[in-house]
Design a protein around this ligand. Structure first.
Ligand code: BGC
Length: 412
């Protein structure tokens, strides 16, 4: 891919390259009839020069890096930081250890121009005031658990109820509102930040001390890779996800209805009026949920379809094709104006596609951008909503002594 900074560096690298043949010929022309020993020395010198040139060429590209800044304090007095990760092409992600939130993600367009493609704020206060999970890590359970109840090992657990009669995104104080421990990691292919959090037994009603690790890596291939893992000391349920609202034209640059979407899903999980799955895995054929061919997000969003009416647009879990636990393409999104493409790869069985239906212009983000309805879309890789109460859905139970591990990559 072509990038503004990369292009300048490329020119520098090219000019170094051009010097090498002229040096080589200056030497060899004058010494054509000298003895073979001298020729060998020249050849060796030339090879050495080529090697140095190669090293300079590699070095001429940017280096991945990480910066840490103070991001303020929570009302309880906990210090919060913000980390800026850059890759060798100048792509950049900002992540705060408050909620593990991605506050900004800058990636190139078709000409190499960077823009921030996620909705977010540049100060902690705005996040503390409340927002619909912008860029956050969601846990212990992404999406809804009906009536905030489930039974495990014969015990009924009652969770915090925070969405009508239901439990949503981990409860009143989910993983999006806690301060994580952060540690920059050394990796060979970009910059990485490791976040850890211990969710105590009983937190928001869940059983077991859950030790969670989320690693964000901005790779030199312009990928934001998220690796989630967890262990518990008592059987529990876990379903972690990431909640960025994307707009590939740039945050605040209008709605996302003209973005084109491919979703690698033959089926989706229809819901009742409260967005709880009915348990059916319904074919997308002949419905507005068929994105097997790239289609504009807005092409059918206002059709008189009961499921779209329940969600006020798309707010549904898609059943991803392919084998659970293996990395496969879940979705691809294309924005024609910028030429940006985003692919989502995951080991997860499902993907919540949410079109920012509840954004209403009351939140103002970075650069004074007002976020109106459908100014961003989420592709949340996950297990299906309400799995703890749905015997036919893939299980979200994490056994004592077991290890939860999933990987998702947003590739640009
Ligand atoms: C849910 C929506 C919810 C949104 C943010 C999505 O993951 O599916 O129903 O409104 O998150 O609040």
């Amino acid at each position: 891919m072509c990038r503004t900074r990369g292009a300048g560096e490329g020119a520098r690298a090219r000019s170094i390259h051009l010097l090498v043949p002229s040096l080589f010929f200056a030497h060899t022309e004058g010494e054509q009839n000298e003895e073979p020993m001298k020729l060998r020395t020249n050849l060796l010198l030339t090879l050495l020069l080529c090697a140095v040139t190669l090293m300079l060429t590699v070095d001429a590209h940017g280096q991945a890096g990480m910066l840490k800044d103070d991001f303020g304090k929570t009302p309880e007095g906990q210090s919060v930081d913000i980390y800026t990760l850059t890759n060798s092409h100048g792509a950049e992600v900002k992540i705060t250890n408050y909620g593990g939130i991605v506050t900004s993600l800058k990636v190139p367009d078709r000409t190499g121009r960077l823009a921030d493609v996620v909705l977010g704020f540049d100060n902690l206060d705005a996040y503390l005031k409340g927002h619909p999970y912008f860029g956050a890590i969601i846990g212990r359970y992404g999406n809804r658990i009906a009536k905030g109840r489930f039974t495990l090992d014969g015990v009924e657990y009652k969770l915090a109820v925070n969405n009508g009669a239901n439990h949503l995104h981990g409860g009143i104080k989910g993983f999006d509102k806690v301060v994580w421990n952060a540690r920059p990691l050394k990796v060979g292919n970009g910059a990485a930040l490791e976040l850890t959090y211990l969710s105590k037994d009983g937190e928001e009603g869940y059983p077991g001390n859950l030790s969670v690790k989320v690693t964000y890596t901005l790779t030199n291939a312009n990928e934001l890779k998220i690796e989630y893992s967890a262990t518990t000391d008592k059987d529990t349920v876990v379903n972690l996800t990431h909640h960025s609202y994307f707009n590939l034209a740039g945050q605040g640059e209008g709605d996302i209805l003209k973005h084109k979407l491919f979703m690698n899903a033959n089926r989706f999980t229809p819901t009742d009026e409260g967005s709880i799955p009915t348990g059916e895995l319904r074919s997308v054929r002949n419905t507005p949920f068929n994105f097997l061919r790239m289609t504009e997000i807005g092409a059918r969003i206002n059709e008189p379809d009961q499921q779209l009416q329940f969600g006020k647009g798309y707010d549904h879990n898609f059943v991803l094709n392919g084998k659970i636990g293996t990395m496969r393409l879940g979705a691809r999104v294309y924005e024609a104006g910028s030429g940006r493409v985003m692919e989502v790869w995951t080991t997860e069985p499902g993907m919540q596609f949410y079109t920012g239906n509840f954004l209403d212009g009351t939140l103002t983000g970075i650069g004074g951008r007002v976020y109106q309805q459908r100014y961003g879309f989420c592709l949340e890789t996950q297990h299906y909503p309400d799995s703890p109460n749905q015997a036919k859905f893939p299980s979200t139970i994490l056994k004592k002594g077991g290890r939860y591990h999933t990987v998702t990559v947003y590739k640009f």
